[in-house]
Design a protein around this ligand. Structure first.
Ligand code: RB5
Length: 147
């Protein structure tokens, strides 16, 4: 079974919950791990984004979904982790292209700017889209050398 890890801060909590429930209660074949936060009490997004990114880095999860208010904080933190390609997406097409072209292994969602229904659609698209490879293979391999 493929595993996806979810994480959020307080601002992303409701969206993370909606995504978690949809994946668990729906027909999804993904095993879902949730590394918090578990409430809407104010907290710090790096704590949770790091937990999720480390799990993807160590291959304890194949993909990760991270949510904060804008999606930017959790994306920035996740992308500090070697081997992580975390893409911010606020619609299905951006999520599809992040997988197909960038082989993104993490998705960052802007919890304060999308609805629960939109989040579920975006996540479904992200999880269902394979990497296209081909011309994108070379470009993705160039990412790792950093700068
Ligand atoms: C929390 O208020 C907010 O700053 C955080 O969720 C996120 O948007 C940061 O990038």
């Amino acid at each position: 079974m493929r595993t996806v890890v979810l994480a959020s801060d307080h601002a992303g909590f409701k969206i993370k919950e909606a995504v978690r429930k949809a994946l668990i209660e729906g027909k999804s074949s993904w095993k879902v791990l949730d590394v918090g936060s578990y409430t809407e009490e104010t907290t710090d997004y790096p704590i949770f984004a790091k937990k999720a990114a480390e799990m993807v880095q160590k291959r304890q999860a194949e993909l990760g979904i991270v949510v904060c208010g804008t999606g930017n904080g959790v994306a920035i933190v996740s992308n500090k982790c070697k081997g992580i390609r975390c893409a911010l997406a606020w619609n299905k097409e951006l999520a599809r292209l992040a997988r197909a072209h960038n082989d993104a292994n993490m998705l960052a969602l802007p919890g304060r700017f999308i609805t629960e229904e939109e989040a579920i659609e975006i996540v479904d698209q992200f999880l269902d889209t394979p990497f296209e490879g081909g011309r994108h293979e070379r470009r993705v391999s160039m990412i790792e050398s950093g700068c």
